[in-house]
Design a binder for this molecule. Structure first.
Ligand code: UDP
Length: 457
C-alpha cells in the first residue's frame, strides 16, 4: 500500500493568512490527506486559547509550531523587527521540524509543503529538501500579477526598488480589465505609515520566488471573477472562494474567540435590515475617527452589528462617544470578534461596511452581500476598485482633504447602498457565479480536484 500523502501547511503569521489556509487545510483533509498546520509559537498559543470547545481542529488537523525568534513579551506589531526575525530564524526551524516528522515515522513523511506566497522562504526550504512545494496566494490575482511584475517595474523606472514608491505619476495598467494601480493603491500602500509601507514592499518581494519555485500556485479567487489577471499568471489555479461552509467542520483558525451570541441576535432582526461593520484583524482607527464612525452608524437608525477588537483604536481599548452605548442599546450589538462568515450568510444582513481585506471580500462575494468600502492599507485599496468599479457590488466612502471620513458621509453612503437595487442584483449574480465555481463541474471545483488528485499520486 502506498504512503498516505502528508501535507505541511505554513501561513504568514497574521489572521488574514491563517484563515484561508485553515479553510483550505480542512478542505484537503476531507479528501483523506494528512495535514500538519505550522504556525509560529506565538500564533499557535493564540489559536489554541481561542479554540472552540468541540476542539475540532485538533482532531482533524495536526497543529504544530516553531519559534519566530522574538521573546514572549516582544512587540510583534513592530513589523520591521518581526519580519527580520522571521526571515532569520524560521527557515532553520522549519527544516528541523520537517526532519523530526520525517524521522519519527517512515509512513508519515511530509510529501508536500504548501506555503503562503509571503513566506517564499518556506518554498526554498522545501526545494532544498527535495519536497514538492505549492504556493498559496491569500490575496487576489490582480494583486499577485502586480507583485510578480515588480522586477520589470523597477527596471522600467516606475517603482523605487528600495521602498516601493512610484517614481512617476503614471498609472500602472496591467490589462484592460484590471483596475489601474495609482501610487496610493499599490499592494504595499500604507498612507498612514511609510515605514510599514517599506516593510509591506519587502514582503511583496518575498512573494516573487513563488512564481518559479513552486510546482503549483493556488489562489483564493474565482477564475470568472478576474480572468484577465489570472491569464497573466500562467500556472495560477483559482480554487475560491474558500468558505468554511464548503467543507466538513467550521473551524477557521481564529486568534480570538468568536462571540456566539451574534447569530441569535441576528435571528431577531428583520430580513435585510442589519449593517454589519468589521475591519478585519489589523486595521486601526484614531480615537477621533472611531467616534465619527460610531456617530455615523447611529445616524442611520438601522440595526447594526459592529466588531470592535480590543486593539481597534491605535492599539488600545476604544472609548465610545458620550451616551452612545445607552442610545444604541436597543438596536446595536457590539462584539470583539464575530463568526463573520456565518454572519454574512444570515438573511438579516443588509450590507457590509468593510476594510476590504481579501478574505472579507471573498466572503462577502460568496454570500452576495453589498459592500461599503473603507480600505485601510495594502491590497485593500485595489480590492475596493474591484468591488466598486469592476464588479459594481459596493460603494466607497470619500474622505475629506485630511483623510477623515465624516458621520454624514457614512450615513449618506449607507442609505444609498441599502436602497441601490442594481448593486444588490450584481451582488446576487456574483454570489451565484462564486457558488457555481465551487460546485461540481465549476472552475474552482475542477481546479481543486486536479490538485487533490496530483497530491494523492
Ligand atoms: N473575521 C472574523 N471575525 C471578525 C472579523 C474578521 O472571523 O469579527 C475574519 C474574516 O472572516 C476574515 C479574516 O478574519 O476571514 C480577516 O481577513 P481579511 O483578509 O478580511 O482582513 P485582514 O485581517 O487580513 O486585514
Amino acid at each position: 500500500m502506498g504512503r498516505r500523502p502528508h501535507v505541511l501547511i505554513i501561513p504568514f503569521p497574521a489572521q488574514g493568512h491563517v484563515t484561508p489556509l485553515m479553510k483550505f487545510a480542512y478542505q484537503i483533509s476531507d479528501h483523506g490527506i494528512k495535514v500538519t498546520f505550522v504556525n509560529s509559537d506565538f500564533i499557535h498559543e493564540k489559536l489554541v486559547a481561542a479554540l472552540p470547545d468541540e476542539d475540532e481542529a485538533r482532531s482533524r488537523i495536526g497543529l504544530a509550531s516553531i519559534p519566530d525568534g522574538l521573546g514572549p513579551g516582544e512587540d510583534r506589531k513592530d513589523l520591521v523587527k518581526s519580519t527580520d526575525s522571521i526571515l532569520r530564524v524560521m527557515p532553520g526551524h522549519l527544516k528541523e521540524l520537517i526532519e523530526k516528522v520525517n524521522n519519527s515515522n517512515d509512513d508519515e513523511k511530509i510529501t508536500c509543503v504548501i506555503a503562503d506566497t509571503t513566506v517564499g522562504w518556506a518554498l526554498e526550504v522545501a526545494e532544498k529538501m527535495g519536497i514538492q512545494s505549492v504556493a498559496f496566494c491569500p490575496c487576489g490575482p490582480g494583486t499577485l500579477a502586480l507583485v510578480f511584475d515588480i522586477p520589470r517595474l523597477i527596471e522600467a523606472g516606475h517603482v523605487n526598488g528600495i521602498d516601493g514608491s512610484l517614481l512617476n505619476e503614471e498609472l500602472i495598467c496591467l490589462a484592460k480589465d484590471i483596475p489601474a494601480f495609482s501610487s496610493n493603491r499599490l499592494p504595499w500602500s500604507c498612507p498612514s505609515d511609510l515605514t510599514v509601507q517599506e516593510i509591506l514592499f519587502r514582503l511583496a518581494l518575498q512573494c516573487i520566488p513563488a512564481k518559479n519555485l513552486s510546482n503549483w500556485l493556488l489562489c483564493n479567487s474565482v477564475y470568472e471573477l478576474d480572468s484577465s489577471a489570472c491569464d497573466l499568471i500562467p500556472n495560477i489555479l483559482p480554487i475560491g472562494p474558500l468558505l468554511a461552509s464548503n467543507h466538513m467542520g467550521h473551524y477557521t483558525g481564529n486568534f480570538w474567540p468568536e462571540d456566539s451570541t451574534c447569530i441569535s441576535w441576528l435571528d431577531n432582526q428583520p430580513a435585510g435590515s442589519v449593517i454589519y461593520v468589521a475591519f478585519g484583524s489589523l486595521a486601526i482607527l484614531s480615537q477621533n475617527q472611531f467616534n465619527e464612525l460610531a456617530l455615523g452608524i447611529e445616524l442611520v437608525s438601522r440595526p447594526f452589528l459592529w466588531v470592535v477588537r480590543s486593539d481597534f483604536t491605535n492599539g488600545s481599548a476604544a472609548e465610545y462617544p458620550d451616551g452612545f452605548i445607552e442610545r444604541v442599546a436597543e438596536h446595536g450589538k457590539i462584539v470583539s470578534w464575530a463568526p463573520q462568515e456565518k454572519l454574512l450568510a444570515h438573511p438579516s444582513v443588509a450590507c457590509f461596511l468593510s476594510h476590504c481585506g481579501w478574505n472579507s471580500t471573498m466572503e462577502g462575494i460568496g454570500m452576495g452581500v453589498p459592500f461599503l468600502c473603507w480600505p485601510y492599507f495594502a491590497d485593500q485599496f485595489h480590492n475596493q476598485s474591484y468591488i466598486c468599479d469592476k464588479w459594481k457590488v459596493g460603494l466607497g466612502l470619500n474622505p475629506d482633504e485630511n483623510g477623515f471620513i465624516s458621520r454624514h458621509e457614512i450615513k449618506k453612503k449607507i442609505e444609498m447602498l441599502v436602497s441601490d437595487d442594481g448593486i444588490k442584483a450584481n451582488a446576487e449574480k456574483l454570489k451565484e457565479m462564486a457558488r457555481k465555481s465551487i460546485s461540481e463541474g465549476g472552475s474552482s471545483y475542477r481546479n481543486f480536484k486536479t490538485f487533490i488528485e496530483a497530491m494523492k499520486h
